[in-house]
Design a protein. Structure first.
Length: 276
């Protein structure tokens, strides 16, 4: 028999999932406010509000500049998303090629690892100086930040298939492409999404870093301007820092939602107790 609305078990599961996040956010806000009070009233650090402003001051500033933060954030997240998709596609393709051929893996994997040894703080201005286009530079750096985590996790997932399962499909005269499409690729999806969840916030960080090099739009541009304008623009600077963090968290949550929709068969996504 079906009951209207959510069952008690489902409501309890929802509460159990949301409660840690709510407690974490409230705890963070309380700690922030206490530290701000200590710096200003107890320790009396010079220009304490430029170090860690009160939350209510940030909220008041945000009400005046919400439109600016949204429009500049859109520049950042849109370019980061394009780079993320391109980097993810490149990572998946390379992982498949390396899983097919040991020779390709031995040839390309050292270069993939070596590429990650280049400090991003050094690579971003080089790319921006060569390309001379802020949007393309954001896309390229975001793709670069995405590429390696996706490649590594996808390759691990493709090779996590039990040999007995592969032998069973061969016994049914399955073609190599069918083994990949029906066995290896579905098996690799949890690992792939692990890499995507790591890479998504990194792509946002990479896009913001390029904006600090001298772009004209984006969260990083507003962050840099208000950093140099001094204490009078301190609240706006902190809002851009928070906005950058929010964009990274949002990207992670979007990938997590897609993972839940694409791989509902994973143990952590299964319904508990036979609830319909």
């Amino acid at each position: 028999m079906h009951l209207k609305g959510c069952s008690p078990m489902r409501k309890q599961l929802t509460v159990n999932r949301l409660m840690p996040m709510i407690v974490w956010v409230i705890g963070l806000l309380i700690i922030w406010q206490l530290l701000s009070w200590l710096l200003l009233e107890v320790i009396q650090v010079p220009l304490a509000q430029s170090k860690l402003p009160y939350i209510h001051e940030l909220v008041f500033t945000m009400t005046n500049y919400a439109g600016t933060l949204f429009s500049e954030g859109w520049f950042t997240i849109s370019n980061a998303a394009i780079g993320f998709v391109l980097g993810a596609i490149a990572g998946v393709v390379l992982a498949i090629l390396m899983s097919v051929s040991k020779w390709i893996e031995q040839l390309t994997f050292p270069y993939a690892v070596a590429s990650q040894m280049i400090p991003i703080l050094g690579l971003a201005p080089i790319v921006y100086g060569i390309v001379r286009d802020e949007q393309l530079s954001r896309v390229l750096i975001a793709a670069y930040m995405t590429f390696f985590p996706v490649t590594l996790n996808m390759l691990r997932g493709l090779r996590s298939v039990e040999p007995s399962a592969v032998e069973l499909m061969y016994s049914y005269a399955a073609k190599p492409w069918a083994i990949y499409w029906k066995l290896r690729f579905p098996q690799s999806l949890p690992s792939l999404f692990s890499g995507l969840k790591i890479a998504a916030p990194l792509a946002v960080t990479g896009a913001i870093l390029v904006e600090l090099m001298g772009a004209t739009n984006g969260i990083g541009v507003i962050m840099l301007r208000n950093l140099y304008y001094g204490p009078s623009h301190n609240y706006m600077f902190w809002l851009t820092v928070i906005a950058g963090a929010v964009l990274g968290i949002l990207s992670y949550l979007i990938i997590s939602l897609i993972e839940r929709l694409v791989t509902p068969w994973q143990p952590e996504f299964r319904k508990v107790g036979g609830d319909d």
